[in-house]
Design a protein around this ligand. Structure first.
Ligand code: C2E
Ligand code: CA
Ligand code: CA
Ligand code: CA
Length: 261
């Protein structure tokens, strides 16, 4: 007969096994989706605040399965931790090479911290830069790196003649370190400040201060998540350079954006 302790252990073991199986099958499922080309590129433009012209397009990955198109937001952590993100990035880069030759609008791509675990990323970025004949932009989040790490990584990217945007600006701990010490081209002011700025004077003050500071440092600003006319008008008054969000355009299949441009 089993002792009580062993029983408890085996239940625990069973659960663990289930968990491992589930995550294995999620990995298989996502790997299959990639093989079957179910990952698709969407694009969301950002616009010049002064004339509402498209100034750039951010590439956003989506999963298309059975007529449904879904964000990768819920699986991004899993993709990173399982290492799948590297394969997906190879796919992404190949697709961008095809698209990038058809448009002169600068493209922005999101990179994750995991991308930089191997220095291969720099040769991949260099290759992408050679394939496109104009600069593109890498969006990285300040939360992802230690300060010293970030310094080295960003310097190397800049050496490839690629621009850097800090994504979700203001949500990490090193915002001021970043803009003082790193060759940043663009700041993307996080959606959380934009969303609150009409109701909360403090959020508005922060947005205004980020824009003014960026201007003094020669860095361009993009406001994320601009959903209505009122937000747009304030951002124009504050002289934010670019706006992005549902007010002017949701993300759409990227082919729709680069047709005839
Ligand atoms: P992010 O880079 O901060 O992307 C902005 C997200 O905000 C996108 O969600 C976009 O659809 C959404 N958005 C845009 N305008 C508005 C608005 O006006 N209101 C609201 N509520 N939302 C808006 P999405 O596409 O679900 O992407 C989520 C996150 O997944 C991205 O956040 C990014 O971190 C990550 N991601 C997406 N594509 C890639 C990729 O190719 N590589 C990597 N590493 N990460 C990616
Ligand atoms: Ca982004
Ligand atoms: Ca963002
Ligand atoms: Ca985000």
């Amino acid at each position: 007969a089993k002792k009580k302790g062993e029983n408890t252990f085996s239940v625990y073991e069973e659960n663990l096994e289930k968990e491992i199986k589930n995550s294995l099958s999620l990995k298989e499922k996502l790997a299959n989706l990639l093989k079957e080309k179910k990952f698709v590129l969407y694009g969301q433009p950002y616009f010049s605040t002064s004339n509402k012209e498209i100034s750039g397009i951010e590439v956003l990955l989506r999963i298309r399965e059975n007529e449904k198109v879904e964000s990768i937001a819920t699986v991004i952590d899993f993709l990173e931790n399982s290492g799948l993100i590297l394969k997906i990035e190879d796919f992404l880069f190949e697709e961008i090479k095809k698209i990038g030759t058809k448009t002169k609008i600068p493209l922005s791509i999101n990179l994750s911290a995991k991308s930089f675990l191997s220095s291969e990323i720099f040769s991949k970025l260099a290759e992408l830069r050679r394939a496109l004949n104009y600069p593109f932009i890498c969006e990285i989040t300040e939360r992802l790196f230690l300060e010293r790490e970030a310094l080295e990584i960003i310097k190397k990217i800049k050496e490839l003649d690629i621009k850097i945007a800090i994504d979700d600006f203001g949500t990490g701990y090193s915002s001021l370190f970043y803009i003082e010490n790193l060759p940043i081209d663009i700041i993307k002011i996080d959606y959380s400040f934009i969303r609150r700025m009409l109701d909360e004077p403090k959020a508005l003050a922060i947005v205004q201060t980020i824009i003014d500071l960026a201007k003094k440092l020669g860095i361009k600003t993009v406001a994320e998540g601009v959903e209505n006319e009122e937000q747009f008008r304030i951002l124009r008054l504050l002289m934010c350079d670019f706006v992005q969000g549902y007010y002017l355009s949701e993300p759409v299949p990227i082919e729709d954006l680069i047709k005839d441009r």
